[in-house]
Ligand binder design. Structure first.
Ligand code: ADP
Length: 646
């Protein structure tokens, strides 16, 4: 074979390979399947997705042109065009944005890049609505209405254009194409009508216009379309004819730049869903415009539920940052404190330059000022919600309260005063969430402390022996059931000069002087007995054993001395480090319970038995606290011994 022939053959082979169908990556294929067979009722959103991609592509081109002299563009020419070809059932969307190279076509349209997509695929298999709703599946959503899609694209800085084509889940092909201008043209071959769905709707000029207005009105580049106008026929007085005129359909005013009164609830919500991929109504929309030391517009949303990835390390806090209307950063974390990390939204300001770098941004005083002002605004809105819409606030707090409590505790309490009025706890007397202010405002005369009790859930706390005595006195108790709770209160130490006191702390003393004296005497008299008992428990990290008045019906409880409570010990020891802590625990025995006489009796008559009882009482106290017992077999045998001797 001659060299030429060989070359020819090789080229032919390459050409053939080129034309061969390529397979979608597995997860993309699944998603495509879903789209093709979608029963999702809101199919029109495909247009929003494509227009948003087109707008992003123009943004990218424009942004690059600012730093790259070789890219020359005319700002006025940037646009998106839509053509409807009813006869051939084609809807064509063209943008003159950055375009895609062959590799980009392959990577962007052959795979799902979104980090969330894998997670949701696993959780929501076969649930069309959730997937489309929650994540906005971008380009692929076009398969809900199309039987074929063709993407022709020429990337900025490249000489060649490429065509990507697909008829759905069994693959796609990429080949060289012809396209003179930079940008992308997407041609959708709209599906045939079925009994359930009138796909021809998406070939209706008016329908397309209204979908654009509904979802994409704020897009900053003109979305142009040929629109029918009727005009007077020349030479006649009342005969009309239709002519086609190119019109810009969208108002192009970013939503956040519009006056609040001109924005409908629906517009705020649609904008939220399309930008932040959450199709549930946000709990709160905050639209604000500030002028002064810094000037900015912000549109912020508090979601009504936890973002699906909120507690994963993939979750990034931050607001979109725009410089005079141009997106310069997708997630600017400097704009939002950690304890408001759930807030979604954007900030548009003239005070930050277009090509500010990440590093400079962190130091930028304007950015810091904006962040401070936004933080204040969010806090004020939350306080107003708490005052005016308690139910909404409680919902908010159940969802994001943990963040706020964490905010109090973090940074060594630097933000505690800002946040202390935003936290709530379940109250023993009100049987619902209450604020600290509410608690303090109804404290009983002579009550000096704010009492709280910790446990796994409200029911368990409610049954704690230590809670009983305080309830008996008529004092309100706050129930702390999340691990961060006690750390937050200990960081606050006081509220309105009232100290926070754990009901399990040994300093809690509600006795009268007389009762105190009486108890002291009882303890003094039983000193030797307690010494024997302490000896029995000497390897058990018990710092004291004593009679108490704090219990009513319960025989025993554990209290702690000092700052470190049993709950805190549990939390700290569950953390992955080697420094285990030990709370200073005291075994308290109810002086008015029959067990106290039994102990005294054993002390006199049967010291061996006293040891057994001590071990059992201690084990009981641990169990009540939710602490493990180290010697369950021994305890079980001891209990059995005692009951068989009854
Ligand atoms: P998303 O837009 O959420 O990233 P899509 O599936 O809609 O997901 O798009 C995938 C990627 O394809 C985009 O991120 C973008 O890089 C590229 N892309 C899509 N449409 C266009 C377009 N009209 N011009 C340039 N790139 C595009």
């Amino acid at each position: 074979m001659s060299k030429d022939k060989e070359k020819e053959k090789k080229q032919e082979k390459e050409k053939k390979q080129e034309k061969e169908k390529k397979q979608f990556k597995a997860e993309s294929k699944k998603l495509l399947d879903l789209m093709i067979n979608s029963i999702y009722t809101n199919k029109e959103i495909f247009l929003r997705e494509l227009l948003s991609n087109a707008s992003d592509a123009i943004d990218k081109l424009y942004y690059r042109s600012l730093t790259d002299n070789t890219i020359k563009i005319n700002k006025e020419d940037l646009e998106i065009k839509i053509e409807v070809d009813k006869e051939n059932r084609k809807l064509i969307i063209t943008d003159n944005g950055c375009g895609m190279t062959k590799e980009e076509l392959e990577n962007n349209l052959g795979t799902i890049a979104k980090s969330g997509s894998l997670a949701f695929k696993e959780e929501n298999q076969n649930k069309d609505i959730d997937i489309i709703g929650q994540f906005g599946v971008g380009f692929y959503s076009a398969f809900m209405v199309s039987e074929k899609i063709k993407v022709e694209s020429k990337a900025v800085g490249s000489d060649d254009a490429y065509i990507w084509k697909s008829e759905g889940a069994d693959g796609y092909e990429i080949k060289k194409g012809k396209k003179d201008t930079i940008g992308t043209t997407i041609t959708l071959k709209i599906k045939k009508d079925t009994e359930e769905e009138n796909y021809s709707d998406f070939l209706d000029n008016y329908r397309i216009q209204s979908i654009i207005k509904k979802y994409s009105d704020y897009i900053r580049y003109p979305i142009k379309m040929m629109v029918e106008h009727s005009k007077l026929k020349e030479g006649t007085e009342n005969e009309y004819e239709t002519e086609l005129v190119e019109e810009t359909i969208n108002s192009m005013i970013p939503l956040w730049k519009k006056a609040k009164k001109d924005i409908t609830e629906e517009e705020y919500q649609t904008f939220y869903s399309s930008k932040f991929f959450d199709y549930d109504k946000p709990l709160k929309t905050i639209h604000t415009s500030v002028e002064g030391n810094v000037s900015y517009n912000a549109l912020l949303y508090i979601p009504s539920h936890l973002p699906y990835d909120f507690y994963t390390k993939e979750y990034e806090k931050g607001l979109q940052l725009y410089s005079s209307g141009i997106l310069i950063m997708e997630k600017c974390s400097e704009l939002i404190p950690d304890y408001f990390s759930f807030v979604k939204g954007l900030v548009d300001t003239e005070d930050v330059s277009l090509n500010i770098s990440r590093e400079i941004l962190q130091q930028n005083t304007k950015v810091k000022l904006i962040a401070k002002s936004i933080e204040k605004k969010i806090k004020k809105e939350l306080e107003t919600m708490l005052k005016e819409d308690r139910e909404a606030y409680e919902n908010f707090f159940k969802t994001f309260g943990m963040q706020i409590k964490f905010g109090i505790y973090s940074d060594y309490g630097a933000h505690k005063d800002d946040l202390k009025d935003l936290i709530m706890f379940y109250s023993s007397t009100e049987k619902k969430l209450v604020t600290l202010e509410e608690y303090v405002s109804r404290m009983k005369e002579g009550q000096e402390n704010i009492y709280y009790a910790c446990g796994e859930n409200n029911d368990k706390v409610d049954n704690m022996p230590q809670v009983e005595g305080i309830k008996e006195k008529g004092y309100e108790i706050l129930y702390l059931t999340e691990y961060v709770d006690e750390f937050a209160l200990q960081t606050l130490t006081t509220y309105n000069a009232k100290k926070f006191v754990n009901v399990s702390n040994d300093t809690v003393d509600l006795d009268t002087e007389e009762e105190k004296k009486e108890l002291e005497e009882a303890n003094q008299n039983a000193k030797d007995m307690f010494n024997i008992m302490k000896k029995t428990l000497e390897n058990n990290n018990i710092s004291d054993i004593k009679f108490t008045h704090r219990l009513k019906n319960h025989p025993v409880c554990l209290t702690t001395e000092g700052e470190l409570s049993v709950e805190m010990q549990k939390v700290l020891n569950a953390m992955p480090n080697d420094n285990k802590v030990n709370a200073k625990m005291i075994l308290e025995i109810n002086e008015s319970h029959p067990i106290s006489n039994k102990l005294k009796d054993l002390y006199q008559n049967n010291k061996e038995e006293l040891e057994k009882y001590t071990k059992i009482l201690y084990a009981q106290a641990r169990l009540i606290e939710g602490l493990p017992i180290e010697n369950p077999t021994e305890i079980s045998n001891l209990v059995c011994d005692i009951i068989s001797n009854e």
